[in-house]
Design a protein. Structure first.
Length: 329
């Protein structure tokens, strides 16, 4: 059943994002971000998120919005943008994104979210700050935050057992890639973001339908071949393993970086992406190697239509690299 209240807040969330990225003044962008915040807080409440995490999310967003508003007042008074104002403005966006090293609040609230809110936070809530960051670009700041995101997103995720935490640190690593891509080519950033959102949607939808949240729970889905195949393929696709769809945007991004002579940052991104791939390979190896076990608490996807749909999405994830390659060459 469709909850009308939730539907209204989802609609406000979408419209506020579109309003913010299409505004022609910083103050209008700030207003759109505040409307977006006050539409997302009720969605957290309706989906049974605990009060402590909602307060943490609200405080961080208010702090970053205050920094943004302060920098806007400086711009209006000085009538120009010097380096200090650009740094303050960019810091507010990095805080809103949960970018490293401001990502510890992000980790705390993800643990108490359900999968639907996690998907919104991983994808849609990143659109406004990423677009606004592109308006006032600072090379040194971007290189610093790119390095911090890919390093912390890969290294800190090695000892995680929660699937939400693993997806969270993978999102932080992908955020570093998106920072680099939006600097080089805006259309390529759109392709990367849409690919990442599509892969995250499939994986989070399967975790939600099967009611699994931890690494030891994913080991017991072996009693259904279609579920196992869907999870393995989409985990590897999100990790960027060829010939999956997730490899294509990273492949094109590395080509752009080499063309622009960004050799060091391309090497750093590639190495940390391999570390992130280890998260998913560790999960898939355990699924394939453990013996058959049947557990009562797991929700198997018994709907044939949903199972076939997920299978088609997984097959599409494999074939997308071949299709994109044919288009390119």
């Amino acid at each position: 059943m469709i909850n009308l209240t939730n539907l209204i807040f989802y609609l406000i969330l979408i419209l506020s994002s579109l309003f913010s990225i299409s505004s022609n003044s910083w103050f209008s962008c700030w207003m759109g971000m505040e409307i977006n915040l006050f539409a997302f807080i009720p969605l957290l409440f309706f989906n049974n998120m605990n009060s402590e995490s909602m307060i943490k999310y609200f405080i961080i967003q208010v702090m970053s919005s205050s920094l943004m508003l302060f920098s806007i007042f400086l711009i209006m008074n000085k009538m120009n943008m010097n380096l200090i104002i650009i740094i303050i403005l960019n810091l507010s966006f990095f805080m809103k994104l949960g970018s490293a090293p401001f990502h510890y609040w992000y980790i705390q609230i993800i643990k108490s979210m359900n999968w639907k809110n996690c998907f919104i936070l991983f994808t849609w809530q990143k659109i406004i700050p990423m677009i606004l960051l592109n308006y006032n670009f600072n090379t040194f700041m971007f290189y610093f935050f790119i390095s911090m995101n890919v390093l912390m997103g890969s290294l800190e995720g090695l000892n995680q057992i929660s699937l939400r935490s693993i997806m969270n640190f993978s999102s932080i690593n992908h955020l570093g890639w998106m920072f680099m891509i939006i600097y080089m080519n805006k259309n390529l950033w759109l392709i990367y973001f849409m690919s990442y959102s599509f892969m995250s949607l499939i994986l989070i939808l399967m975790f939600y339908m099967m009611n699994i949240s931890f690494m030891n729970q994913i080991y017991y889905i072996k009693n259904n071949f279609m579920n196992t195949f869907n999870v393995i393929i989409n985990l590897l696709s999100l990790g960027g393993l060829p010939p999956m769809m997730g490899f294509f945007p990273k492949w094109i991004s590395i080509q752009y970086m080499i063309i622009n002579k960004e050799f060091f940052i391309s090497l750093l991104l590639t190495i940390t992406s391999l570390i992130t791939l280890y998260f998913y390979l560790r999960l898939t190896f355990s699924i394939m190697n453990l013996i058959y076990t049947k557990i009562k608490w797991i929700y198997l996807i018994k709907n044939n239509f949903l199972t076939i749909t997920m299978f088609m999405f997984s097959f599409f994830s494999i074939m997308m690299l071949l299709i994109f390659s044919m288009i390119m060459f």
